[in-house]
Design a protein around this ligand. Sequence first.
Ligand SMILES: [Zn+2]
Length: 290
Amino acid sequence: MFWALFVLGHDCGHGSFSSDAKLNSVVGHFLHSSILVPYHGWRISHRTHHQNHGHVENDESWHPLPEKIYNSLDSITRKLRFSLPFPMLAYPFYLWGRSPGKKGSHFNPSSDLFLPNEKKDIITSTSCWLSMAAILAGLTCFMGPLQMLKLYFVPYGIFVMWLDFVTYLHHHGHQDKLPWYRGKEWSYLRGGLTTLDRDYGWINNIHHDIGTHVIHHLFPQIPHYHLVEATEAAKPVLGKYYREPEKSGPLPFHLLGVLARSMRVDHFVSDVGDVVYYQTDPQLSPRKSD
Ligand SMILES: [Zn+2]
């Protein structure tokens, strides 16, 4: 249910829920506030992600760390970033403080993430978020912490892990190393084509076909319920540039191995070069560095 609310709010943010901008904003606030996502804050940073997908420095979520920033992290942070399950709990921390090397918060109207004319939107969304936090605090007093743990906080934790899992795998873990770009080598199309489709088996149908990620990145204005059809239509055009996802069983257990392998080998990229690939920190992966 949390996931369904997230995807519909994500459509609102892309303007594909309705052609009426006001309606997108009102519905988006209800949907995303209810799962503790600051609507405009995340909508705007997600727009930055889409506009810069595949760019080492300018991409916004799950982008690689250049070697210099990677080396500046203390060893515990480095270890936690690549030790499961910790990276799968990243979302609330990312909302609060972004990624290493970047400043600002999704809740702060003066954050680097936003333009001066977006301040008002951020204040609205942070206020809605605070109202939801107050409702949850009130309900915890009224119904007791154990009941709220069962009804809200455990589902919230599962949602965060699922969100981090799918968003990471849509940009990482292909068996062939995929490039990240900078400078003249980056283009919207090249960046979009390094995103990955994933098959989640039975889950595809209950989580709004979000595994069709390539078409979503090339055309973010397509609503979630047309993504499968649009992907089929795009495949003949994309030809060899479309990477067919590995077929899943009923449940996508194969992706756990993909995730674990990527955590073991995809640590940082070179500080220089306009086409770069993930490299492995031998200290984190002493056994194998493929
Ligand atoms: Zn999107």
